[in-house]
Design a protein around this ligand. Structure first.
Ligand code: NAD
Length: 288
């Protein structure tokens, strides 16, 4: 493969940035990769495993001379990072982010981006419940969607170039309006994570079933359903604080449906339960 960016700066060195580093290196997509994370321990680990060509001690040093800057920090930290690096961005450079929420990141980052620098927000729909610099792997994005939410007037060539990088890492790309992205993701990711966290909370608060019993007899339902509740608490706190309206909308609808099923169970309405499960099973089976 050919080099798409000469120098890529990764700010935040966790699952997503780490996976990008591995994927770009494996296919030779970047001339050089620099990296920075706020915690010294993370930087030390990244150096130890040789994640990037250079791990810098400041974000400003990492972005100097970069033609692509990737903000891969929790959503709530994006604005502060953008403010810090803004004076050091090279004219013509592209800044993208990988945040799970788009409109709030655009509002926080956009105002800091200097004239002549392209800001093209994005979100890879790929992840695991693991975090940190050791958790990344080259194939994370393979055959997964990577949504770009360019702004009105975003530079077409810069957007196409970023799409080429994303595709070269194995992802399928699409473009979406940021607000619509946040609603779609509230259904497909944010609400399910909250419900999984809640289910673990429910199990923890039971007095007649012990934690030991939950762990020991964790049947496939609980184990499969709550895997995502092992995800990073900082990341998910920030997602909910920054995708408030859409998440509350979907949770409201979830609660309504739950009440319908709760009532059907109370009334012994087997037909209603059977019809509901048949319909939702058909939908679920259509998702690979
Ligand atoms: P992670 O916890 O694995 O890594 C986050 C990194 O950011 C860490 O290296 C941490 O040290 C660093 N960091 C935190 N605050 C910082 C700051 N102020 N300045 C510099 N570095 C800072 O997280 P991740 O899973 O890689 O998530 C990163 C971003 O990607 C988040 O915005 C998240 O919403 C998004 N995302 C995550 C997933 C997922 O499933 N994990 C999927 C898609 C997108």
């Amino acid at each position: 493969m050919t080099v798409i960016y000469n120098r890529v700066a990764l700010i935040g060195l966790g699952l997503i940035a780490g996976s990008m580093a591995h994927a770009m290196r494996e296919s030779g997509l970047a001339g050089e990769i620099t990296g920075y994370a706020r915690s010294e321990a993370t930087r030390d680990t990244a150096r130890e495993i040789g994640l990037c060509d250079c791990i810098c001690d400041s974000a400003t040093e990492a972005v100097t001379g970069a033609d692509l800057v990737v903000l891969a920090v929790p959503v709530g930290a994006m604005g502060d990072v953008a403010a810090e690096i803004a004076p050091h961005l090279a004219p013509g450079a592209t800044v993208t982010d990988v945040g799970s929420v788009k409109q709030a990141v655009i509002d926080a980052v956009g105002p800091h981006i200097p004239e002549g620098v392209h800001f093209i927000p994005g979100h890879p729909l790929a992840g695991t419940e693991h975090s940190g610099p050791r958790s990344g792997f080259a194939t994370l994005f393979r055959n997964r969607w990577w949504l770009l939410t360019p702004l009105p007037g975003s530079d077409v060539q810069a957007t196409d170039r970023l799409s080429r990088l994303v595709a070269a890492m194995g992802a399928k790309t699409d473009r979406m309006e940021p607000g619509h992205h946040d609603l779609v993701l509230a259904v497909t990711s944010h609400a399910p994570h909250l419900i999984a966290y809640t289910m673990v909370g429910v199990a923890d608060h039971l007095s007649r079933v012990t934690d030991e019993e939950v762990i020991q007899y964790s049947a496939a339902g609980f184990r499969d359903f709550t895997r995502i509740a092992a995800s990073d608490p900082t990341m998910w706190r920030d997602v909910f604080l920054h995708n408030k309206e859409a998440t509350l909308d979907i949770l409201g609808r979830f609660t309504e449906e739950l009440f319908v099923l709760q009532r059907a169970i109370r009334m012994g309405d087997g037909d209603q339960l059977f019809d509901y499960f048949s319909r939702t099973r058909a939908i679920r089976r259509g998702i690979i």
